[in-house]
Design a protein around this ligand. Structure first.
Ligand SMILES: NC(=O)c1ccc[n+]([C@@H]2O[C@H](COP(=O)([O-])OP(=O)(O)OC[C@H]3O[C@@H](n4cnc5c(N)ncnc54)[C@H](OP(=O)(O)O)[C@@H]3O)[C@@H](O)[C@H]2O)c1
Length: 299
């Protein structure tokens, strides 16, 4: 599937990890891209977004702006809800009233994470963290105010425009660190390039509703870290731990700096059949995506 026309696209949170990737990709494809950043485009202020939309007259808004400090949200729920609920609602109201297509980015943290099989878009939500609850409230507001919107649920993002765990593990291996990772929490690492491409495909489509977008497969964070260690030269090591051992240590670290560890889903591998059918693509595995990110060619 190719993009059928040149679009005018406004990207909220355009200074963030995903926002920057979308701006870069959309620009390189020849779209007219208008990065929306604070303070001129503050999604918590409906007038601010409304004025920008009238001035910039986009075909599409991609809403990447969010409060993304998952542990910080536990003690600052008001700030998380201001961006993730009020902000998402404002963008949806402005998109709907101006006839603008909206693609809104959400998270796997809306799920409780107790099922041990790839999750469907129709599975029950029940977030276990303030961040997840605020993102779910945002999703509900988006669909209530802008039923023609697309919501992308994804997880564990990495890319070239922000700090991420893939780079931290690779740099830890190079620096000779010993890094423990859990064997009993399952995720799918997902690149910002996949998400940017998916967002642009949705802008240029009649798709509506919720889609899971991740790479293919799933892994424990220990498997992911071991794979990165295999690809990286260095004396560092990756060792096994479990959530039962790891959470109390992390929780104490958080408390020592006045924070509170948020509960994460134990299992959040997402079933992405709906997205790959829409895009007429085969999923790229999480391993291939990490190898591409680290510039390691396949053998
Ligand atoms: N990172 C992950 O692993 C992950 C996983 C699943 C889903 N997601 C979702 O993916 C999306 C993008 O995440 P990301 O990792 O790219 O986030 P990020 O790097 O933390 O960037 C978020 C951006 O949102 C902006 N922002 C926050 N409040 C705003 C407001 N009131 N008005 C306008 N802009 C505001 C921030 O602006 P400033 O630059 O001004 O601070 C920042 O640039 C988010 O919806 C997030 O919930 C992320």
């Amino acid at each position: 599937m190719r993009y059928s026309y040149i679009m005018r696209i406004c990207v909220t949170g355009a200074r963030g990890m995903l926002g920057q990737q979308i701006v870069e990709m959309a620009t390189s494809l020849g779209h007219t891209v208008i990065p929306w950043v604070r303070p001129a485009a503050d999604i918590s202020q409906v007038e601010s977004i409304s004025e920008r939309a009238k001035h910039d007259a986009p075909d599409c808004i991609i809403n990447c702006a969010a409060w993304t400090d998952v542990d910080g949200a536990e003690t600052n729920a008001a700030a998380a809800y201001t961006a993730n609920y009020i902000g998402a609602r404002n963008v949806a109201m402005v998109a709907a009233s101006n006839g603008i297509k909206l693609v809104h980015i959400s998270t796997d943290f809306v799920y409780p994470g107790e099922l041990q099989r790839p999750l469907l878009e129709t599975d029950s939500t029940d977030p276990k963290s303030v961040y997840g609850s605020s993102k779910l409230a945002g999703e509900d507001a988006v669909l209530a105010h802008c039923p023609a919107a697309v919501i992308i649920r994804t997880g564990y993002i990495f890319g070239h425009h922000g700090p991420n765990l893939i780079d931290k593990i690779a740099s830890g291996i190079k620096s000779g660190y010993n890094m423990p990772f859990v064997t009993d929490q399952w995720i799918t690492p997902t690149s910002t390039t996949l998400l940017a491409d998916a967002s642009l495909k949705f802008c240029d489509s009649d798709a509506v509703g919720t889609y899971h977008v991740t790479h293919g497969g799933g892994c424990s964070t220990y498997e992911m870290a071991s794979y990165i260690a295999e690809l990286t030269s260095g004396t560092g090591t990756v060792t096994r731990t479990t959530l039962g051992e790891w959470e109390p240590i992390q929780s104490a670290r958080c408390q020592a700096v006045g924070r509170q560890l948020a509960k994460r889903p134990v299992y959040s591998v997402l079933n992405t059949d709906k997205y790959y059918r829409f895009a007429s693509l085969e999923p790229v595995s999480w391993q291939d995506a990490i190898r591409t990110h680290l510039h390691v060619s396949s053998t």
